[in-house]
Design a protein around this ligand. Structure first.
Ligand code: PMP
Length: 399
């Protein structure tokens, strides 16, 4: 035996090269996180790079719920939902989510990432096809990889294209069963899935559909119910998945659907069964955030207003922000190095925090700066952001 498994480790230069050139954007530690502002390495910055869309991570009710859960239940379940890790709190959250999203049944997971792994690995096997939008989140691709190891295959359709989906579904063999999966709001480009065109195609082909609405919840639909409700398609979509790590100000994931399919996943998905369940504080925070979202609906309106203001401002300045209509506003740049330089200038010269999305979070050559708005951004934050974007946009020839 001559090959060393570790050879890839010694060959990995990207991070070290980036650090050496002062162009390494990842794993920056925050000292303090207050929502629209944060302190990073001793400097106060304005946040345009979080998924805390409704600003609930610091809400007094949400904080207090987490504190009370720790006081009453401790810090961890230390076990899987299947055996010693189910709390009444899991069940309560499942009942609330099912009721809120108008579906018979819900399942709560430790992360949103596991939701997609669980759905794919439990439901797709030999003779099944995962039909995914090209722009889906990495967790769907990872889930599909698990499914392919049990004999399923994958086809990808054009980003948000009902006609491409129709072509691909038409080519499936008669005996194959298909599950179509896509984000409700795409995590990198902020585009809303055209479910009004896409779901009828899926139904016409008698395929199944799961929408990962990690970003849509709290952004779209009546009461923030998300993308599927935004289009009034809740009775047409088989499964809706999502996360607590964005509008719901916590950590964890959920899946809603019919009782039988949720029960099947509960008993057959290893990513669900072989991981410890969500901790009391995270469950209580998500539950409280769900309540606050329903009580303080101004947050959903404010998020939309702030997002529209920023998108309009950036477009007027001449930035290419693609087709977003949501709080996720990408600044499309293309070149990776340029993207990281713009990111560094925003942070170092203007105290504006954003996130560079490089390959493989986005397609090769499609590097972008992902910015996002919050309901709790005040006018001053938005204007400070626009001024900084204008300055770096001119300096780097983006506008
Ligand atoms: N799906 C999408 C579309 C996401 O953006 C994310 C998180 N970035 C996830 C799933 C995974 O969620 P979590 O952070 O809860 O693991």
């Amino acid at each position: 035996m001559s090959a060393d498994v570790w050879s890839k480790v010694t060959a990995f230069r990207a991070a070290a090269d980036g650090r050496a050139r002062g162009l390494y954007p990842f794993f920056r530690a925050f000292d303090v996180h207050e929502g629209p502002e944060a302190v990073i390495e001793g400097r106060r910055v304005t946040m345009f790079g979080s998924n805390n869309y409704l600003g609930l991570t610091t809400h007094p009710k949400v904080r207090e719920a987490a504190r009370e859960a720790v006081r009453r239940l401790g810090t961890s379940t230390t076990g899987s939902r299947l055996i010693n890790g189910t709390l009444r709190l899991h069940e309560e959250l499942e009942q609330r989510l099912a009721a809120f999203l108008g579906r018979p049944s819900a399942l709560v997971f430790t992360t949103g990432y596991q939701v997609n792994l669980a759905v794919c690995s439990a439901l797709l096997a030999e003779g099944n096809v995962a039909v995914v939008d090209r722009g889906v989140h990495a967790s769907i691709y990872d889930g599909v990889r698990l499914a392919t190891s049990s004999g399923a295959r994958m086809v990808r359709f054009g980003h948000n294209s009902a006609s491409s989906l129709h072509r691909h579904l038409s080519r499936l063999d008669d005996g194959e069963g298909a599950l179509v999966m896509m984000d409700g709001v795409f995590s990198a480009d902020g585009v809303v899935a055209r479910l009004d065109e896409i779901v009828p195609v899926i139904r016409a082909h008698r395929a199944r559909v799961m929408i990962d609405d990690a970003h849509g919840l709290g952004m779209l639909g009546p009461g923030g119910r998300g993308t599927v409700h935004h289009f009034g398609l809740e009775s047409e979509v088989d499964l809706i998945g999502g996360t607590f790590s964005k509008s719901l100000a916590s950590v964890g994931g959920y899946l809603v659907g019919d009782e039988a399919v949720i029960d099947y996943i509960r008993h057959n998905a290893s990513p669900f069964i072989f991981a410890a369940s969500g901790a009391p504080a995270t469950l209580a925070a998500a539950l409280a955030a769900l309540e606050v979202m329903q009580e303080e609906t101004w947050r959903i309106d404010r998020l939309r207003e702030n997002s529209e203001y920023m998108a309009r401002g950036l477009r007027l300045l001449g930035f290419d922000i693609g087709a977003t209509t949501t709080a996720i506003i990408p600044i499309l740049i293309g070149d990776e190095e340029r993207t990281v330089e713009v990111w560094r200038d925003l942070l170092e010269s203007h105290a504006i925090y954003t996130n560079p999305f490089l390959f493989s979070s986005v397609a090769a050559g499609g590097a972008l700066l992902r910015t996002s708005c919050m309901a709790t951004h005040e006018q001053g934050h938005l204007d400070r952001g626009l001024e900084a974007f204008e300055a770096v946009g001119r300096k780097h020839g983006l506008i």
